[in-house]
Design a protein around this ligand. Structure first.
Ligand SMILES: NC(=O)c1ccc[n+]([C@@H]2O[C@H](COP(=O)([O-])OP(=O)(O)OC[C@H]3O[C@@H](n4cnc5c(N)ncnc54)[C@H](O)[C@@H]3O)[C@@H](O)[C@H]2O)c1
Length: 252
């Protein structure tokens, strides 16, 4: 009764650390051939070593900058050529630039859109014909910032994550006739390298914790475990959703 992904090829973006690494470990442990990538070379190689040391199957490429459409499409093409199939697309990678809206620069706005939204478009569109052949699953990672505004100068980030949730529903509609399920996960506060600077500030960490119903910060595994379930046949009746995993942050 444990979700299995034997025989499946799973593309996972941003496997160089944090949630992407946890997802690579969970999906490979469930029997998938994970094909990862990251713009970070060292972190991604560490993930490859960790997965292989546990007996998992992973092929990964680095550096790949998915913010470049050409690089994103070329990575998907190379991934598809490995086994001639793609079954799961897990859009995890993202990077942002914060800034108050009034003074946000064009380069910072463009960087955020490119690295949070465009890469979901480029990767998923290129993989779509492969998913159509046998059916498949797309998992998009958004954020509680898509639907809530915890504060701070994150307008561009909140907007792109809102777009990821919205795109999920559209793709679920377009994918359903082809047996493609498309789901979204919105994490809350998760302890990853990306959030390390925020969590290193004790006062800020305590303020965030106080908003949680479950009195701990989230772990990358909290997201990976749910993603594994959603990718598996146990979730065969689930599509178009936005699953919030936030320790009760948005309920409080
Ligand atoms: N950590 C949190 O609290 C939190 C909360 C809500 C949503 N999220 C979302 O979860 C996902 C994973 O975040 P994380 O916290 O593990 O972040 P992270 O920064 O620790 O990991 C993201 C990985 O993606 C890679 N990446 C970023 N842009 C890339 C690009 N253009 N090409 C290739 N690789 C790229 C990074 O190098 C990094 O290894 C992201 O979509 C993030 O927005 C995180």
């Amino acid at each position: 009764m444990i979700p299995r992904l034997d025989g499946k090829v799973a593309l996972i973006t941003g496997t160089g650390g944090g949630q992407g690494r946890a997802a690579a470990q969970y999906f490979a442990a469930a029997g998938a051939h994970v094909i990862g990538c990251d713009v970070k070379v060292e972190g991604n190689r560490e993930t490859v070593a960790l997965v292989r040391a546990s007996g998992g199957k992973i092929t990964s490429m680095e550096p790949v900058d998915l913010g470049s459409r050409d690089e994103a499409r070329s990575w998907v093409d190379q991934a598809a050529a490995i086994e001639g199939r793609l079954d799961i697309v897990y859009n995890n990678a993202s990077a942002i630039r914060a800034g108050a809206f009034e003074t946000l620069s064009d380069p910072d706005w463009d960087f955020t859109v490119r690295n949070e939204l465009d890469l979901v478009y480029s990767v998923t569109q290129r993989a779509w014909p492969f998913l159509k052949r046998k059916g498949g699953v797309v998992i998009n990672i958004a954020s509680i910032c898509a639907t809530h505004t915890p504060g701070g100068p994150y307008g561009a980030h909140n907007a792109t994550k809102g777009a990821v949730v919205s795109l999920t529903r559209s793709l679920a509609v377009e994918g359903a006739p082809h047996n493609i399920r498309v789901v979204c996960i919105s994490p809350g506060v998760i302890d990853t390298p990306g959030l390390a600077p925020v969590l290193a500030d004790n006062a800020r960490r305590e303020r965030l914790l106080a908003r949680h119903l479950i009195k701990r910060i989230g772990r990358p595994e909290d997201i990976a475990a749910a993603a594994l379930f959603l990718a598996s046949d146990y979730a065969s009746f689930i599509t178009g959703i936005n699953l919030v995993i936030d320790g009760g942050y948005t309920a409080s």
